[in-house]
Write a protein that binds this ligand. Structure first.
Ligand code: SF4
Ligand code: SF4
Length: 140
């Protein structure tokens, strides 16, 4: 049987580094693994990271916002904690919810210039589905 051709991430998405997804008055939340990875990447203690970079609301840990963007966003170099960024940042913008509802695709692709707009929704979904199958957890 002929091997199915692999899909490359670049066929559906290439980050334009516009920084739009790092803007706003709130950020994604960090799970336990995210917190551990970020602490390691920053080389600080948990208390120091919490004090300098996190906004903790009850059990929810998010990154602080400075001047309308995530504290780690730098307009010249992008994410300054790239290796230690939360997994939801790495997943963006290829959220599987786009496969369930075209409205999710429309909303996300309208806010992300990196998504290949030359594909139809059906073509985009087919490639994303194959990528998710190939890669398991897709980190952009
Ligand atoms: S993921 Fe999209 S919105 Fe975020 S920086 Fe890249 S192109 Fe811009
Ligand atoms: S951690 Fe990095 S990728 Fe995530 S919102 Fe902040 S600057 Fe953007």
């Amino acid at each position: 049987m002929a091997e199915l051709q692999k899909v490359q991430l670049e066929e559906i998405f290439q980050c334009a580094r516009c920084g739009y997804c790092c803007q706003g008055e709130t950020t994604v939340s960090l799970d336990e693994d995210d917190q551990r990875r970020m602490i390691e990447e920053l080389g600080l203690t948990r208390e120091e990271v919490k004090e300098k970079y996190w906004r903790v609301t009850g059990t929810v840990v998010q990154m602080q916002i400075v001047d309308g963007h995530c504290i780690f966003y730098d307009k010249d170099s992008g994410c300054s904690v790239h290796k230690g960024r939360p997994w939801r940042c790495g997943q963006w913008p290829l959220h599987p919810s786009m496969l369930d509802d075209e409205n999710n695709y429309i909303t996300i692709s309208a806010s992300c210039p990196g998504i290949n707009k030359e594909l139809t929704y059906a073509e985009f979904c087919s490639k994303l589905q194959k990528l998710l199958k190939q890669e398991g957890k897709l980190i952009c």
